[in-house]
Design a protein around this ligand. Structure first.
Ligand code: ADP
Length: 384
């Protein structure tokens, strides 16, 4: 393995690097043809798909981990009681004897910053606002909110990028009306897929020849793709880059925060429903953000009440039994950005890949989304 790959694995705990663009595209296409549909099992003796692989494509299986990911700064192939690369005992402790990384740790090389951090900074230098969209739980509407916020920013003539980092559940292509589109490569890198002049999108969903393929990847492989999304996508100048992440606090979040550490990341927008079961996880998400020093732009309460279209009676389907997101924000001292009601047209807009305004021009839910957009701009602009 190259030195750069080693540094990456140490910098982000479970990262091992995942090769070049071509290897990923190749692996995705190859897997779609195999019965197993498990990318981790891809053979290392593949031929190169030179039509879509302009660069040297290393073996995909070289980067597959042999064990489940470990948290913190401990690489996957480290001994059980590894002191961690940041420790003064790294490479020198008795437990390090026989570890394949011992020399690297002892030399202090592993502590050096990953060169990808500078590449990401360079690549995103023309992006004014960089925002992660997080949720504690799946199904609370994080991708829906990301999609509708993107449409909303673009409707204000802002140049918007939406990066789908939800590697295993990429719903962004469908929600942006780009289902079945392809990513193209140029000498400048990967070109995002455009909804219109103002809205550019990148997702692993564009790289799957068969949309029903399962992406069964371990942490290092996912992190490798995230790195490529951050270093290789040619966004050009943008007013806002939204990054739709998977639910929870996992490898993907750690790696994206690590890669963006020098890129003036504005912070996180956290999406929740009003119910305590969702808020419980949001509190953890907020603590995660604080731990990794990720600023919190604020919290959006989605599916916040349902107004019956027949009788106009309002029902709290996900009842805010502990006061909902607004109260939690007060308690945890984070901004509350607004609430978006539950409405069948929001779901339909997602399925059809259109802005909500196309189904409900100037309707109450569109106005709620606009409130959230203004609150995000207020928060990000006040800190810039
Ligand atoms: P997540 O990204 O958090 O997993 P999704 O954005 O995929 O969640 O949304 C989950 C489901 O809820 C989808 O079917 C979506 O259409 C629906 N949904 C999200 N927000 C709303 C809303 N405000 N009103 C109605 N349906 C919604």
């Amino acid at each position: 393995m190259e030195r750069g790959s080693h540094a990456l694995s140490f910098a982000c705990g479970t990262l091992l690097g995942a090769g070049a663009t071509g290897a990923l595209l190749y692996a995705l296409r190859r897997n779609s043809q195999s019965d197993t549909k498990c990318c981790v099992s891809t053979s290392s003796t593949q031929a190169k798909d030179t039509s879509s692989v302009p660069r040297e494509a290393p073996s995909v299986s070289d980067h597959a981990p042999s064990k489940p990911s470990k948290p913190s700064d401990i690489p996957d192939d480290a001994p059980e009681d590894c002191p961690g690369v940041d420790s003064n005992a790294a490479g020198k402790a008795s437990t390090c004897a026989g570890c394949p990384n011992q020399k690297l740790c002892a030399s202090g090389e592993a502590k050096k910053p990953d060169p990808a951090v500078a590449d990401v900074k360079d690549r995103l230098s023309g992006v004014k606002r960089k925002i992660l969209v997080l949720s504690g739980k799946g199904g609370v509407g994080k991708s829906t909110v990301s999609a509708q916020l993107s449409f909303g920013f673009a409707a204000k003539n802002m140049d918007v990028g939406l990066l789908d980092v939800d590697i295993c559940g990429p719903s962004v292509p469908r929600m942006l009306g780009l289902h079945g589109q392809d990513v193209h490569q140029s000498s400048e890198g990967w070109s995002p897929v455009y909804v219109d002049d103002h809205l550019a999108v990148m997702s692993i969903g564009f790289m799957l020849p068969n949309q029903d393929d399962a992406i069964i990847w371990r942490g290092p492989r996912k992190n490798g793709l995230i790195k490529q999304f951050l270093t290789d996508v040619n966004w050009g100048p943008l007013d806002v880059l939204l990054m739709d992440t998977p639910p929870g606090t996992s490898d993907e979040h750690l790696s994206i925060v690590t890669y963006l550490q020098d890129s003036a990341l504005d912070g996180a927008v956290i999406v929740t429903t009003p119910q305590e079961v969702s808020l419980m996880d949001v509190r953890k998400e907020i603590n995660f953000c604080r731990k990794v020093k990720l600023p919190i732009i604020g919290v959006v309460e989605n599916m916040s009440g349902f107004v019956c279209p027949s009788c106009a009676h309002e029902t709290q389907i996900f009842a805010p039994s502990t006061g909902g997101a607004e109260q939690m924000c007060r308690q945890m001292d984070v901004p509350f950005l607004g609430r978006i009601p539950m409405d069948g047209r929001v779901a339909s807009a997602g399925d059809s890949g259109v802005p909500l305004g196309a189904l409900q021009p100037d309707g109450p839910v569109s106005k709620c989304i606009d409130v959230v957009i203004k609150a995000i701009l207020k928060e990000t602009d006040s800190k810039s």
